[in-house]
Design a binder for this molecule. Sequence first.
Ligand code: ATP
Ligand code: MG
Ligand code: MG
Ligand code: MG
Length: 561
Amino acid sequence: MRATQAFIPTLREAPKDAELISHRLLLRAGFIRPLASGVYSYLPLGLRVINKISNILREEMEHINGNEFFFPALVPRELLEESGRDKVDVLFTAKPHDYFLGFTHEEVITDVVRNTIKSYKQLPFLGYQIQTKFRNEPRPRGGLIRGREFLMLDAYSFDRSEDDALVAYKKVRESFGRMFTRCGLASIAIQADSGAIGGSLSEEFMVLSEDGEDTVLRCSVTGYAANAERCEAIPVPAEAPDAEVPAFSEVSTPGVKTIEEVSAFLKVDAKRLIKTLVFLAPDGSPVVALVRGDRELNEAKLGRTLGGPARLADPAVVERVTGAPVGFAGPVGLPASVRIIADREVATVRDGVTGANKADAHFQHVLPGRDFPAPEYLDLRTAVAGDQSPIDASGVLYTERGIEVGHVFYLGKKYSASMHAEYDDVDGAAKEFEMGCYGLGVSRTFAAAIEQHHDADGIVWPITIAPFAVTIILVNPADPAQTEAAETLYTTLKASGLDVLLDDRVERPGVKFKDGDLIGVPVKVTVGKGVADGGALEIGLRRDRNSKQAVPIADAAAHVL
Ligand code: ATP
Ligand code: MG
Ligand code: MG
Ligand code: MG
């Protein structure tokens, strides 16, 4: 594609109301435009990414024998009445007929299956589609993160037995994991609440992000992770007034002596989630604290916990305590006498009192109203499945924010029973299908990828889902030598199957470089003055400013390929 022919309306500024970074960059880099609240047009660049993601999903579905369908968006009211989901609050209705706009398609595929799959010989069966979904979200947010109209891959499995259904569930769960990885997303699977869809076993794929709407609870010892939604709430004990709940809690533990060990122990990425800083307690002793937020906030919070003014230690103290100069990135030792504490996001379990795997284990030091919207502590009873507690009392529970990008459910017979979907089993008896359903937010994955991959200048696309793999910046289209070198490379790279954007606009070079960084194409080739007399052009990676290399024109194509 040539930039002179392409529709890529970049903006210098994002609208004020766009808060999430992905929303801002999608607008600024010309990937989407709003039409109404939670409703967006995909511009050509946006559609390219959607298509790249969809292709990966299709390949992975094909790999596990998924059959692709395309179901209607218009769903008759009577069909949802069969399952009782005609009362779901996010439903849009389509007038003048009595249709709902599909918000997920369990009933639709179950209707197809009950009319076509008659025998156990036709099982197992896995169907899926990639389609627009409609949900009347009360608060659309963050551009593509929460829309009223969005794209989803929804898959459904039909099996003979619970065991078979669980095999299907695991297969799709693994497939989802591969999809996210191939899209360049780091995600974790966590235990989830089944919500309106119903069913008994469900896990969500979360992309950890400070701006996520979901709260993920993780145990530092076992790695067990669950959505806080899943945890039952109990009332705040009257004897725990705000002022007595310290903002920080102790995480010093035997055997944990270095900051690296602390972050490994907490299973948190110290660099991403927290800063490890040395403070001076009111008595002048050093305290190593795992904190978030700015200096003043931390000094105030720490002061409350330690019962007097606390301040950030100066570099000389840090050097004395850690034995390493400030800014040193390697492992540092800490004297045994130094206290290590973490802020509320890394709250400790009330060990010694109730223990996290005891019946009424709570998050300790979580301030209702401040840490969680609901006025309550979180009770982890429901997060603890069976006899084997997934939470270890010797560890800590900590919270992180996440964006739910996928959700897998084992449904059992919820829909097949209410909708009378049956097949004839080997013994001739009619049996209801065992089902599973699986949803992956395609448009949300698109946005989440930007949440994970951007810098101050714009998007930094993973190559697998980038709208273009390579951009060629023709610095001066009026220079025949530059134009010829750029055109030749453009033709060669395209012929080898790469998506290439040639910036042939008559614009100042600065504008082209800025736009190129904003759009985030992984490989950048700059064709400038250097190409005179068969000289060199410059090839670099978007994600690494230091990767620029001068490459002779003759070697350029081979270098990119
Ligand atoms: P959320 O908790 O964010 O409202 P959900 O649990 O209601 O999502 P599911 O019914 O599990 O969503 O749908 C499967 C997937 O569809 C989600 O994991 C998410 O990636 C995506 N999704 C759901 N609602 C939206 C939305 N309003 N906009 C964009 N993507 C969405
Ligand atoms: Mg929802
Ligand atoms: Mg959810
Ligand atoms: Mg969900």
